[in-house]
Design a protein around this ligand. Structure first.
Ligand SMILES: [Zn+2]
Ligand SMILES: [Zn+2]
Length: 456
């Protein structure tokens, strides 16, 4: 592979020697990412190495404080740091909401020089947005291999019960101690695996975007992600037994997927239609006052749902397309607005349309894409044929006891059906779902997901 991934003697992940002539700008991650065992006592040294200062606020919840937070605090105190603990106490799993963000903000003092989060998704995101607002650097100590967001620069948060995304910062130091990660409950491990499995779909969609729209595709990032997912699928037994080797493979897959975001500056390699579907379930569950399913668990199930559309499309005969008919059946701009408001609700629907202005295509553009797909169908087919067998993915999820159906996630049939139809509309990012729709085939492909009502 034209990139080298290794660890130095201090368990610091080193990504170097990227050789790629794709049009993307590549930058090497500047963060210090440590993966290994017995790392907690070394955290003071990691911090000193980057000269982050002596005064910090340590953010944890009542669970992660017991798992690792207290130990991190002790090692910092022993090394002469001044630590203000901000332990967020909740009866239920903590939400990254305004209350949690406020607790962190009010713990920060004028002398605070950096923040340190001890937790997984919610704790990291709560700290991340505060780091952005206060312009303080932050250190992240992971407690579960449950999602790929440690390296993210966006914080998904809750404001008045509604999901929002805020610009935030990536931690300067990420510490993933395998001994700590192994204490996380199995459902968090299953969630991490689900998030990783989705990368197969994300990569395929990215390559299809390259074929249809000449979107820049980075083969090195594509390969980093594929190698990581393949390794995960090959070692699913180790993961389900939560062995040191298994959890290391899982966290590496999550961190390397995250590293591609830093290398090319966008999330193309890690999120596509499977994330659109998962986000939609989460958004709608929250809207109805329900606690949404774990992110990675949703991504895993959405991956299983999207996959058959890929394999079916690989068998498609695009010469049968009737251009006149496709044109005639196109929905108008007004009908699309109605559909978007129906599917996403007034507020989110308007926001999505505003953010994705180019999503209503002219007929000329739609026709160009169809012709491109016909012309280069062999390449599209190869992208799909290169995916592993869906049976293999299913087997992996079974071995883990991960959720395989929307029912297990508390997503009802109506929500499921709607999500499959509006997955293509969540953002401009190109997906096979979009191509199938542009070819006038989506209704046919989604006949197992009937809509109760159509707004037009
Ligand atoms: Zn994800
Ligand atoms: Zn590249």
């Amino acid at each position: 592979m034209p990139v080298s991934i290794s660890y130095d003697q201090n368990s610091r992940l080193e990504i170097s020697g990227i050789e790629c002539d794709c049009p993307c700008d590549h930058s090497l991650p500047s963060q210090d990412i440590y993966v290994g065992t017995g790392l907690l006592p070394k955290i003071p040294d990691y911090i000193k190495k980057r000269d982050l200062g002596k005064h910090c606020v340590l953010v944890a919840d009542n669970i992660t404080y017991e798992i690792a937070g207290r130990a991190v605090e002790d090692s910092l105190l022993q090394a002469g740091f001044h630590v203000i603990p901000c332990v967020i106490h909740r009866e239920q799993p903590m939400d990254p909401d305004e209350r949690a963000c406020g607790e962190v903000l009010l713990s920060i003092q004028p002398e605070t020089e950096f923040l340190i989060s001890v937790g997984s998704g919610s704790i990291t995101d709560t700290t991340r947005v505060n780091a952005m607002r206060t312009k303080l650097p932050f250190v992240c100590v992971g407690t579960a291999a449950s999602m790929d967001g440690y390296t993210s620069i966006v914080a998904p948060l809750l404001l008045r019960g509604v999901k929002i995304h805020r610009a935030a910062v990536c931690p300067e130091i990420i510490v993933c101690d395998i001994d700590i990660l192994r204490t996380a409950p199995l459902d968090m491990v299953q969630s991490g695996v689900g998030d990783v499995l989705g990368k197969y779909i994300a990569k395929a969609d990215w390559m299809i975007g390259n074929i249809i729209n000449d979107e820049p595709y980075c083969p090195v990032c594509g390969e980093i992600v594929t190698d990581a997912v393949n390794k995960l699928v090959d070692n699913v037994d180790e993961i389900s037994e939560i062995t040191e080797k298994g959890i290391r493979i899982l966290i590496e897959a999550l961190l390397l997927a995250g590293a591609t975001i830093m290398i090319i500056g966008n999330t193309r390699a890690v999120a596509s239609v499977e994330h659109n579907i998962a986000h939609y379930w989460e958004m709608m569950q929250l809207l109805h006052g329900n606690h949404p399913p774990a992110h990675g668990a949703s991504v895993g199930v959405a991956t299983l749902l999207a996959w058959p559309l890929f394999t079916r499309f690989a068998q498609e005969d695009l010469t049968r397309l009737d251009m006149a008919k496709i044109r005639e059946r196109r929905i108008s701009r007004e009908e699309r607005v109605k559909w978007m408001l129906h599917a996403f609700g007034e507020e989110a629907g308007k926001a999505i349309m505003h953010d994705n202005q180019g999503d209503f295509l002219t007929w000329e553009e739609q026709k160009r894409r169809i012709l491109r797909a016909q012309e280069r169908f062999v390449e599209i087919k190869k992208v799909i044929d290169d995916l592993p067998d869906l049976a293999r993915i299913l087997e992996a999820m079974k071995a883990l006891g991960a959720s395989e159906t929307t029912k297990e996630l508390g997503v009802d049939e109506n929500l499921l059906n709607l999500s499959m139809h509006c997955a293509k509309d969540y953002r401009t990012r190109y997906t096979l779902f979009k191509l199938i729709d542009e070819c006038g085939l989506l209704q046919d492909y989604l006949e197992d997901y009937p809509l109760v009502e159509r707004p037009y």
